[in-house]
Design a protein around this ligand. Structure first.
Ligand code: ZN
Ligand code: ZN
Length: 253
């Protein structure tokens, strides 16, 4: 049975592409119990995420608690995954990340936080200023001899002579509690984001402590990249700064 809610407004979710054609799905009533703890509604529609092994997400969401992206209903976790993938990836034959992994959304989240500073860092080391900065969206890579699946976001500086410097962040599907930092081909360090460590320990700090830890985490990433660039003979002067963080709407947990 399908009915229509007239009262609810479509929620704006930062970082998620809005699709007018999918607007009706936002309010469409399903017949499953909502997965949101404490929500009594039985108007849920199942999360439509299916991973590369054909595993379906077993959650369902009422109009108030679902997220709709590109005409599909998702839970919060999978909305984060889907919105991190390149435009056009979902719905084609591309294999979707494993059901339980937060790898694409985590790398996308962290990359967004440090994007402006990484650009600045790369360009600061470019004295002739004729180099071009190219950024890649989040995409699937295979690393190590055992070809482990990982999701990567990269920044590349290419000078007119064809020399390039590549910096990237990546998160492995099987180790999705840490972010690996790569300068050219080498992984120079792996860091666990403070909010994931806090969650594992079950301790939520006061907001100001949380904010400071996030800043420190971003600053460490930039400092590691800066040192990696120096080792490659591509150092840039000055310590990297840290800018403000975007909204925490779809932060992977
Ligand atoms: Zn609900
Ligand atoms: Zn889901």
């Amino acid at each position: 049975m399908a009915s229509w809610s007239r009262s609810r407004q479509r929620a704006a979710i930062p970082g998620v592409r809005a699709e007018p054609v999918a607007a009706r799905l936002v309010d469409l009533a399903g017949d499953q119990v909502c997965t949101q703890p404490g929500c009594p509604r039985a108007t849920g529609i199942a999360c439509e995420y299916v991973d590369r092994r054909g595993h379906h997400c077993r959650t369902a969401w009422c109009p108030e608690h679902r997220l709709v992206i590109d005409g599909r209903v998702y839970c919060r976790r999978h909305a984060g995954v889907v919105s991190a993938l390149p435009v056009g990836y979902v719905g084609h034959t591309a294999p979707m990340p494993d059901l339980e992994t937060r790898a694409p959304s985590l790398v996308s989240w962290v990359a967004r936080e440090v994007d402006a500073d990484i650009r600045e860092l790369l360009l600061a080391g470019d004295r002739d200023s004729h180099a071009q900065l190219i950024t890649d969206p989040v995409y699937l890579v295979f690393i190590g001899r055992d070809r482990r699946r990982a999701w990567e976001r990269a920044w590349k500086l290419v000078d007119p002579a064809g020399d390039s410097l590549r910096v990237s962040l990546l998160v492995e599907e099987a180790a999705d509690a840490e972010v690996a930092i790569r300068v050219d081909l080498a992984i120079v360090e792996r860091l666990a984001p403070p909010w994931i460590i806090q969650r594992l320990h079950g301790a939520l700090p006061p907001p100001e402590v949380d904010a400071q830890r996030r800043k420190d985490f971003n600053r460490r990433i930039l400092s590691i990249i800066s040192k990696g660039m120096e080792r490659e003979g591509r150092g840039s002067p000055g310590a990297p700064g840290v800018r403000g963080a975007p909204e925490a709407a779809l932060q992977p947990r």
